[in-house]
Ligand binder design. Structure first.
Ligand SMILES: C[S@@+](CC[C@H](N)C(=O)[O-])C[C@H]1O[C@@H](n2cnc3c(N)ncnc32)[C@H](O)[C@@H]1O
Length: 364
């Protein structure tokens, strides 16, 4: 074997070893991040120290790999080395890319340690708050678009049944609650296979937006004219994970399949609204999150065996202390809600996936 080739193979083996070391360190880092869930301050402190030193070691390892890669590139036997590389190492440019993204991964780790409390809802509701003013303009614009989208008047059957027409709940408050609900589902460990239903979906705009947060979204609607509008909208925006069901929320028997049930006072008739609330609260699974933004439900929720989670969210078939414990757990999650894109695999995958499961991610 010529000396060039031998040198290349030795370098290749060294690289493989370094990559293996880096992978082991990443796994260790994730383990340390996981243990930060413990409330024992001393333990958190120790894992923080361990993580910090691991971060540094990964960085040093990567620097070594980078230097070696440069040597390989200047070596004439580079093509022969390539054939010996494990799959992940075949593309030098890819490894360079991993190295370049380390500062972002480091940033992702730093967002999580030490753990921080991030409230589910913003406190300020002052009328002259700049964000509140901007969101109020956004809500008006959105409502105008909804009016353009659904020009159908309410059907006579729906009116006789005691239904409200398609009146929209303010969009910014909807998103505020949906975002908080997503973090509660993260805390329950079910966010990656979450199911959302809007009982009385009208034109389907809320279902469309919920699809950004949940794995499967469904609109249930009594009025056949509105059902058509919602189906058309959801077809046009190509959302695969959603359905619009034509049916009556009072007799619907599928609530047990959903992690989040949204109902914005669908019925005008108080007795019929009571029936709808009874059906939802009695047939959901314990621990289902209910999003009911109207006064009557707030006044009835305790008698319906639900507990408040803040905003317009409730925990079904639960005590107030169970709801408080879930809210506190959710406050330790991050605020990142976007789905993980199908990006090419990288050495950082365990950290990215762990972070995503806890509501942390990078927006680039
Ligand atoms: C106040 S709008 C809510 C629209 C939409 N969910 C939103 O939040 O913007 C009420 C909708 O519920 C529908 N609805 C009323 N009673 C219903 C029932 N029993 N079953 C299914 N849909 C119902 C109405 O037809 C109407 O479209």
């Amino acid at each position: 074997m010529c000396s060039d080739r031998r040198k290349s193979i030795e370098l290749n083996d060294l690289l493989k070893e370094k990559l293996f070391q880096a992978e082991t360190l990443v796994a260790d880092l994730v383990k340390n991040l996981e243990s930060n869930n413990l409330l024992n301050v001393a333990q958190i402190h120790n894992s923080l120290n361990a993580i910090t030193s691991h971060n540094h070691q990964i960085f040093l390892t990567m620097q070594q790999i980078s230097t070696m890669l440069q040597n390989v590139e200047h070596d004439e036997a580079n093509t022969r080395v390539t054939t010996n590389f494990p799959n992940a190492l075949t593309n030098n440019a890819q490894i360079r890319n991993w190295l370049l993204t380390w500062p972002q991964i480091d940033e992702l780790v730093k967002m999580q340690v030490p753990p921080q409390k991030r409230e589910l809802f913003r406190k300020t509701k002052a009328a002259n708050d700049i964000t509140v003013s901007q969101l109020s303009a956004y809500d008006s614009a959105f409502d105008y678009l909804r009016g353009k989208l659904n020009t159908k008047s309410q059907g006579t059957d729906a009116e006789k049944h005691g239904c409200f027409a398609d009146i929209s709940f303010p969009n910014s408050v909807f998103l505020e609650n949906i975002h908080a609900a997503y973090r509660l589902l993260l805390a329950q460990g079910v966010a990656s296979q979450s199911q959302f239903i809007d009982v009385g979906c009208g034109s389907g705009l809320k279902v469309m937006q919920a699809s950004l947060f949940f794995s499967r979204v469904v609109g249930l609607e009594y009025d056949p004219g509105y059902v058509n509008v919602a189906r058309e909208l959801l077809e046009q925006v190509h959302i695969a994970s959603c359905d619009v069901i034509h049916g009556d929320g009072i007799t619907f028997e599928g609530y047990k399949d959903f992690n989040l049930v949204y109902f914005y006072r669908p019925m005008r008739d108080p007795a019929m609204l009571n029936k709808l609330e009874n059906q939802i609260t009695s047939t959901v699974e314990p621990g289902t999150i209910l999003f009911a933004p109207y006064e009557q439900f707030y006044f009835r929720h305790k008698t319906l065996n639900c507990a408040s989670l803040g905003g317009s969210l409730y925990l079904a078939k639960s005590t107030q202390s169970q709801a408080d414990a879930l809210r506190i757990k959710a406050e330790s999650t991050g605020t990142f809600y976007k789905k993980l894109l199908n990006v090419p695999p990288s050495i950082w995958d365990p950290i990215i996936k762990f972070s995503h499961k806890n509501g942390f991610g990078l927006d680039s």
